[in-house]
Write a protein that binds this ligand. Structure first.
Ligand SMILES: Cc1cc2nc3c(=O)[nH]c(=O)nc-3n(C[C@H](O)[C@H](O)[C@H](O)COP(=O)(O)OP(=O)(O)OC[C@H]3O[C@@H](n4cnc5c(N)ncnc54)[C@H](O)[C@@H]3O)c2cc1C
Length: 391
């Protein structure tokens, strides 16, 4: 049986013929791990020697995976998605900040993003990365329960304050706030912080969403504990469910330090963990809201089937499917066409500053070969379909 995700006419309705061809060429290029490696190194070299790279990056990766260099430029895409009944989450995609001035600047930009977002305008979610608000080394130290110096204690206080300021802004703007997950060695500190945020701001509605990476074996038991704990303590939980983006880093660190690998032993085990987590959340919608961050068609179909079986409306306000801009339009547009809540993550930021994000996208697409070949297969099939219609 054909899955709903194969309807390329719906999936690419908003793309012109030229845009389809451009996307095809881009996916073809990044499907090659060698080209991706060489291309990334070349761009980094050009930046280092101070050569202008904006035009080159904008015309290739940037235009496909990002929606603008500043907030104002994101509007066109938000409106386009809104016209297709989809919501957007503006994502200020700068990574690798490492100073108090930089953390405050990130907080200010996130607050600006939140001021520019509203449920009525099709931007009901906001997001930030924890290491945009504090040093990775500090999160790591708190996670390892190591004693903090007076200075570090003050810095940790400022991290907490930035989290609270963002949550308060979300409440004030009637937004939902997603907090990304990063490496497992900073996760214990984040768990503590997020439980504090959820207990404070999710009393009546779900405002704050923690991200759980289900490639980590211990996240499913943690989810069960979190559901029980929040029930007992009388608050609601928001969960952005993802598989996890740092598998190489996690595995390398475990090997290097002779620790056991926190990542599930196989892709199948991760898939099982993810589907079980999703099922658990769908069974607990009175207690939890779920934001499904995945481009996996099978997991999405399973979730749809379970929703149907459990009598959960496709547009249930506590279930959202989310995909990154430039990826899996076949899932986004077709889900939305069938009445499900869909959110697109819309990365934006100055060209040079979003390069680490773009490199991660290229690496992900070249390492998850099945995903890239799926994108190419769908684009090819839509190009062919349009040619036949024109005959
Ligand atoms: C809206 C959205 C938000 C996201 N936010 C975050 C975030 O905050 N933090 C974060 O870490 N990631 C985030 N991601 C990325 C996500 O974690 C995945 O890396 C990415 O989506 C690919 O997984 P998938 O479910 O889409 O698809 P799939 O292609 O089915 O899964 C690929 C994933 O499976 C896992 N995997 C692959 N091989 C193995 C193996 N051998 N053993 C065990 N597991 C394996 C890895 O997690 C890999 O990324 C987000 C993704 C989306 C769509």
């Amino acid at each position: 049986m054909k899955s709903i995700f194969e309807n390329t006419q719906i999936a690419f309705a908003s793309k012109s013929d030229a845009e389809l061809k451009k996307s095809f060429v881009l996916f073809k290029l990044i499907s090659s791990p060698v080209l991706t490696k060489v291309g990334s190194a070349f761009i980094q070299f050009l930046i280092k020697v101070g050569l202008p790279i904006n035009f080159l990056v904008r015309k290739t990766m940037f235009d496909h995976f990002c929606v603008g260099t500043n907030l104002e430029e994101t509007e066109i895409t938000v409106k386009k998605l809104r016209a297709n009944e989809m919501d957007s989450c503006l994502n200020f995609s700068i990574e690798g900040i490492n100073s108090e001035v930089g953390f405050d600047a990130t907080l200010n930009e996130i607050l600006r993003t939140m001021d520019a977002s509203s449920p009525d305008a099709g931007t009901p979610f906001a997001v930030f990365k924890p290491t945009g608000y504090g040093a990775t080394a500090l999160f790591e130290k708190v996670s390892a329960k190591l004693p903090l110096s007076t200075e570090e204690n003050k810095a940790w206080g400022r991290v907490k304050e930035r989290f609270h300021t963002s949550c308060k802004k979300a409440v004030q703007r009637n937004l939902k706030l997603l907090i990304d997950a990063e490496e497992s060695w900073i996760q214990p500190a984040l768990d503590l912080l997020l439980e504090e945020m959820m207990a404070t701001y999710n009393q009546k509605e779900v405002v704050v969403y923690a991200t759980l990476q289900l490639y980590l074996s211990e996240r499913l038991p943690y989810l069960k504990t979190l559901i029980e704990k929040s029930k007992k303590e009388g608050y609601q939980i928001g969960v952005k469910l993802v598989r996890g983006a740092y598998i190489e880093k996690e595995t390398a660190r475990a090997l290097d330090r002779k620790l056991s690998n926190p990542v599930c032993p196989s892709k199948e085990a991760t898939d099982q963990n993810f589907d079980n987590g999703l099922q658990l959340l769908l069974e607990n919608l009175d207690q939890a809201a779920v934001f499904v961050g995945s481009h996996n068609e099978l997991s999405t179909l399973k979730a749809m089937e379970q929703m149907k079986q459990n009598g959960i409306a496709s547009n249930h306000p506590r279930v959202c499917f989310a995909h990154l801009f430039g990826m899996s339009d076949n899932i986004s547009y077709n889900l939305s066409d069938h009445g499900y809540n869909v959110v697109k993550y819309l990365p934006y930021g100055p060209v040079k500053k979003v390069i680490p994000y773009l490199i991660r996208r290229a690496e992900e697409n070249s390492s998850i070969a099945s995903q890239t070949s799926r994108e190419m297969e769908l684009l090819r099939s839509e190009i062919k379909r349009r040619k036949q219609v024109q005959k």
